[in-house]
Design a protein around this ligand. Structure first.
Ligand SMILES: Cc1cc2nc3c(=O)[nH]c(=O)nc-3n(C[C@H](O)[C@H](O)[C@H](O)COP(=O)(O)OP(=O)(O)OC[C@H]3O[C@@H](n4cnc5c(N)ncnc54)[C@H](O)[C@@H]3O)c2cc1C
Length: 402
């Protein structure tokens, strides 16, 4: 038996013995799952136990080094683990920006103390992170950011405002870009800083979205004192760290919305969209009755499958130690536009049922779909707009002149 095959058998036995029974068959959607952190409320004891047993083994972050609490698995072993979890229909025990964004960045750019301090807490889901990049005058043109960091001995004093900070009201820490020097070109003089959201002077105010939810906030810093030891990389050289993190963010967004993100409600594993279409539009000869919808469903299923396989190749390369490159921009555009097409189609399939907003008379699933459809409009903005991704592809992939 090969090493990998025996790893598979051990993994399966371990999962069968240790996964709480209530987690079997649970599927998560897009951004729903356990985000962790001090403010997190588990929806069940099983959910809490699932996180604990997986974190104990380091399998919330399977390929991260064991010395920092990760699983220490090879890329091939991590893939086997993912396959076995899928076979048992087990959800990821933990999701969030710690695992997908700041963790990989700290592993690459953080010093030993910073890794020892933060990585184990991410693996165990103890600290929830948010991202403080965008500002009222700095979105696509991120390097124009103005949040000031003034040095006072061993501390920086931070003043300024971040905007569109997803889940800032639920987060414990923020990774932020601040300006320590405004004298040179704008990409210089930016510092990548970790800030405790409980520090005096940090305040958040939620912003209501078109979907009726408030998943993001304005984050204000007023004379917030942050130790210089919280700088990741060199002072004033945060732009390099920031760009590397954006590569992880784009891959995560593409994967979340375009690849694995297909919503399910336990109807069948075959094809969620065609089940939904049959349920709402009827069936003829074992197929969706409406020919136009049938074609659209098939096209999206095919595109989703092809895209998920393409993203998987990049994830395999990442597990083998490669950093995401400019191709993450391509995935970001395609994945988010695929998600928007998928929600457009779901709303068309639901027809009048998708017109509900709240109250009785509408299925919860339809209400949720309508709000998610509106939420999906933001997919081609968050993490860098589609136009900005096209610029990156033009310059860095195609080598066109600026
Ligand atoms: C759901 C959601 C969650 C988010 N979460 C976070 C978060 O957690 N943390 C965070 O820091 N930010 C977050 N953002 C902010 C996001 O990164 C910015 O909205 C995005 O970078 C665009 O910036 P902007 O909104 O200032 O738009 P602008 O930069 O003002 O862009 C306006 C329009 O001009 C176009 N444009 C701008 N420059 C160019 C150019 N050079 N060439 C061609 N077209 C151009 C854009 O494509 C866009 O259509 C989030 C955004 C959304 C929608």
């Amino acid at each position: 038996m090969s090493d990998l095959e025996s790893f598979r058998q051990q993994t399966r036995s371990w999962l069968e013995a240790n996964a709480p029974k209530g987690m079997l068959g649970i599927s998560t959607t897009e951004l729903t799952g356990v985000w962790g952190g001090k403010k997190w409320t588990f929806s069940s004891e099983d959910e809490k136990n699932w996180l604990e047993v997986m974190a104990e083994k380091g399998w919330t972050a399977p390929t991260w080094p064991a010395e920092f609490g990760g699983g220490g698995l090879s890329g091939a072993e991590a893939k086997v683990l993912a396959q076995e979890m899928r076979a048992l229909e087990l959800p990821p025990p933990l999701i969030g920006f710690g695992l997908t964004m700041i963790g990989p960045t700290l592993l690459r750019f953080g010093n030993e103390e910073q890794k020892k301090e933060h990585i184990p807490k991410i693996v165990r889901g103890e600290i929830r992170w948010c991202q403080g990049y965008s500002e009222p005058g700095a979105g696509s043109d991120l390097a124009s950011l103005q949040t000031r960091a003034e040095r006072e001995g061993d501390h920086f004093v931070i003043n300024g405002t971040k905007v569109w900070t997803s889940y800032a009201d639920e987060a414990d820490w923020i990774f932020a870009l601040v300006r320590n020097d405004a004298s040179g070109i704008k990409q210089e003089g930016i510092t990548f800083l970790l800030i405790d959201m409980d520090d005096p002077g940090v305040a958040v105010s939620p912003i209501l979205l078109i979907s009726g939810k408030s998943p993001f906030c304005e984050t204000h810093f007023t004379d917030v004192r942050v130790p210089v030891t919280n700088v990741i990389g060199e002072i004033g050289a945060g732009w390099t760290v920031a760009k590397a993190l954006l590569g992880h963010e784009r891959t995560m967004i593409a994967d979340t919305f375009g690849g694995a993100g297909l919503k399910t409600r336990g109807i069948s594993k075959r094809s969620f969209l065609s089940d939904l279409a049959v349920e709402h539009l009827g069936e003829a000869h074992g197929r969706v009755a409406d020919g136009v919808i049938r074609n659209d469903v098939t096209q999206i299923e095919m595109d989703s499958r092809a895209f998920a396989l393409t993203v998987q190749r990049t994830k395999d390369a990442a597990k083998a130690g490669q950093q995401p490159g400019a191709e993450s921009s391509m995935f970001k555009i395609y994945g988010t536009e695929l998600n928007q097409r998928r929600y457009e189609l779901m709303v068309r399939i639901l027809g009048p049922d998708a017109l509900g907003w709240e109250g009785p008379g509408f299925e919860e699933f339809a209400l949720d779909t309508t709000r998610e459809w509106l939420r999906s409009r933001g997919n081609s903005i968050e993490g860098g707009t589609s136009e900005v991704q096209l610029n990156i592809i033009a310059k860095r992939v195609l080598g066109l002149p600026a």
